[in-house]
Design a protein around this ligand. Structure first.
Ligand SMILES: [Zn+2]
Length: 287
């Protein structure tokens, strides 16, 4: 499943290719992927993409001249965006892709956005949990409300984060996974941030001290920014929009490292279940 750094990597690369492009036509191969909106082509034709924003893992395409029109795009488990330029160059990212699948559209292509300059943006989604929905501003703002502040945002308030964390009646890991509390931290990054901050995932959130909360805040931001810088984690098949494998996997300290020695204290990394998720931590240096 693409996590925030993967989504951000896709967004940044698509920004360079599709902003300023005008949509000529829209082909919907699977109506569920377009939110069963039979008017999506009518809404988008003639519109120029003016920006691609993001909150959590939700991508938000903005348009001109219709500034009351937005595309909400979520990759969920297996979504991908691939852009094929008029020069046949393919850039794209999201979930799994083999060389044979690069011959777009594929059998998993759900929507194709054709641009005036003959380039095309493909939305592929094997499992069909993802979506691309055309909405108005009110719906877009409503969708944004489902997300809390992001640790990587410049204006993220660490003190407020600590205060709110201590009000929660769950293990710290569950709090960090709650997108309404903090947006964008998936399972991998929560485990990594907790290891960096020396906090055990099972600790009750209300028992995280002020200084630990501050460390956690910095760790969450750092781990995501470092991952974005190298294009995310590859795991199964994630590719960035240049077709390059991301390689943040090489930097993981606890996630997937169970049974190996902690690089900080030498204790053996454990894997347990916490907040309903496979959870990795070091019993030696995470208190
Ligand atoms: Zn350790």
């Amino acid at each position: 499943m693409p996590e925030l750094p993967e989504v951000e990597t896709v967004r940044i690369q698509l920004l360079r290719k599709v902003v300023g492009q005008t949509i000529d036509s829209v082909e919907v191969f699977h109506s569920k992927s377009a939110g069963d909106d039979s008017e999506i082509e009518e809404k988008l034709s003639g519109q120029t993409i003016s920006n691609i924003d993001r909150i959590g893992k939700l991508m938000i395409f903005c348009f001109t001249p219709n500034e009351d029109l937005f595309l909400l795009a979520h990759l969920k488990m297996t979504g991908q965006f691939f852009y094929v330029g008029s020069d046949s160059d393919v850039i794209g990212g999201g979930h799994s892709m083999t060389a044979a699948d690069m011959d777009l559209p594929t059998k998993h292509t759900r929507i194709a956005f054709h641009f005036n300059d003959r380039g095309t943006l493909y939305f592929n989604d094997m499992r069909i949990f993802g979506y691309v929905k055309a909405v108005n501003k009110a719906t877009m703002l409503e969708a944004k409300k489902r997300f809390g502040p992001e640790p990587i945002a410049d204006d993220f308030d660490c003190e407020e984060f600590g205060r709110k964390l201590r009000l929660r009646r769950t293990p710290v890991k569950a709090a960090l996974l709650d997108q309404k509390f903090v947006a964008g931290l998936g399972n991998i990054y929560v485990d990594e941030a907790l290891w960096r901050a020396g906090v055990r995932p099972t600790r009750q959130a209300k028992r995280v001290t002020k200084s630990e909360a501050k460390a956690l805040c910095g760790a969450a931001s750092d781990v995501m920014k470092e991952s974005i810088a190298v294009g995310g984690t590859t795991f199964q098949h994630f590719k960035d929009t240049g077709g390059e494998n991301g390689n943040f996997t090489d930097y993981l300290k606890v996630f997937g490292q169970q049974g190996t020695a902690c690089s900080r204290c030498g204790e053996t990394i454990k894997k347990i279940r916490c907040a309903g998720r496979g959870t990795h931590y070091c019993p030696g240096c995470q208190k």
